[in-house]
Design a protein around this ligand. Structure first.
Ligand code: SF4
Length: 329
């Protein structure tokens, strides 16, 4: 299948315009992501609909805490990635490809979501955005059938294709891996400003949540987490922000992040943001409280979710607006 978002160059070379890498691809080669290939001067998609994983997951696993809490969602994984994070927790699917994996058409994926009583489809596990043609086609069909579309991603995409996809998207959790442009460039092979641009585009259009994997000595200073919180608050102080604990994997051997250090960073982020959560640390600091009166709104024990203090989109104690889609009144 032919890709979109590219320009033909001289000598049958191709410039891919989907993500900020803007790879110049020679005939027979793929771009950095490994899934968009130059076939004699045409950009093709050998991994269109080739899924690396398919499962029903709690929405909180994505993590999305302010979108249909307590629901399960059909989650589809892909191959390849536009970044090269040496601490990737899914490197076995993000830094490799497998052309023999099962093909599932967009129509079939939506049918599976309906059959399995899933309220939506999550595009997740490795980097979905490098498969945007498949995502858009599936999301269009899903939307027509009342199925929600959710993205879990590094947010590394150019504004034009991003705007097109956002028309069909309902919720997303986007990684903001650091606020240090040198770290993004040197260790991940990306550009911080482009991720910020995507977050700015998505904020206000969809239910947006953001995650930072906190890595000792790499991105765990108070200053850096506060800079991220200030930036997110400039988009909306209601954006849920997840601070997740790193553990050694792939190429990183640094010791795992302690719960105490992430908890202390969360306190700093709460100076600017209403909803800050910890990830990878058991039940700690995963409840949702009213930002006005501190009433317990949603209690979380692992994936056991209980809505306690929200009625008709309002806090039951102070009547403050709590706009969380998917909570029955
Ligand atoms: S989507 Fe892939 S091929 Fe296209 S610019 Fe990004 S990394 Fe390169």
């Amino acid at each position: 299948m032919e890709a979109r978002y590219y320009q033909k160059q001289d000598d049958q070379k191709i410039k891919c315009l989907l993500c900020p890498n803007k790879c110049l691809i020679a005939p027979g080669k793929t771009g950095v992501c490994g899934v968009r290939e130059n076939d004699n001067g045409t950009l093709v998609l050998p991994f269109y609909g080739r899924l690396s994983a398919l499962a029903l997951d709690p929405i909180e696993k994505k993590p999305l805490y302010h979108f249909y809490p307590g629901s399960t969602i059909l989650s589809a994984g892909f191959w390849g990635c536009s970044l090269r994070c040496p601490f990737c927790q899914n490197y076995n699917i993000s830094q490799t490809t497998n052309k023999n994996s099962d093909y599932i058409s967009p129509e079939k994926l939506v049918n599976l979501a309906v059959e399995r009583h899933s309220f939506g489809i999550a595009y997740t596990y490795s980097e979905p955005l490098i498969h945007l043609e498949y995502l858009i086609k599936t999301a269009q069909i899903a939307k027509k059938r009342g199925i929600k579309n959710v993205l879990v991603s590094n947010g590394y995409i150019n504004p034009d294709p991003a705007s097109e996809f956002l028309e069909y998207l309902d919720g997303a959790n986007i990684d903001l891996k650091s606020f240090n442009p040198h770290f993004y460039k040197k260790e991940l092979g990306g550009n911080l400003e482009d991720v910020k641009k995507f977050l700015s585009l998505a904020a206000g259009k969809i239910s947006l949540e953001v995650t930072t994997l906190v890595i000792p000595t790499k991105n765990d200073s108070v200053e850096e987490i506060e800079e991220i919180a200030v930036f997110l608050a400039s988009l909306s102080p209601d954006i849920p922000y997840h601070l997740s604990c790193y553990y050694p994997t792939y190429q990183y051997t640094l010791p795992r992040t302690t719960a105490g250090s992430v908890s202390a960073l969360a306190e700093h982020a709460r100076k600017y943001l209403h909803y800050v959560y910890l990830g990878n640390v058991g039940f700690n600091e995963t409840n949702t409280y009213c930002p006005s009166c501190n009433n317990l709104l949603i209690q979380r024990r692992g994936y056991d979710i209980s809505v306690r203090g929200i009625k008709d989109g309002k806090c039951t104690a102070c009547s403050g607006e709590i706009p969380i889609p998917g909570i029955d009144s």
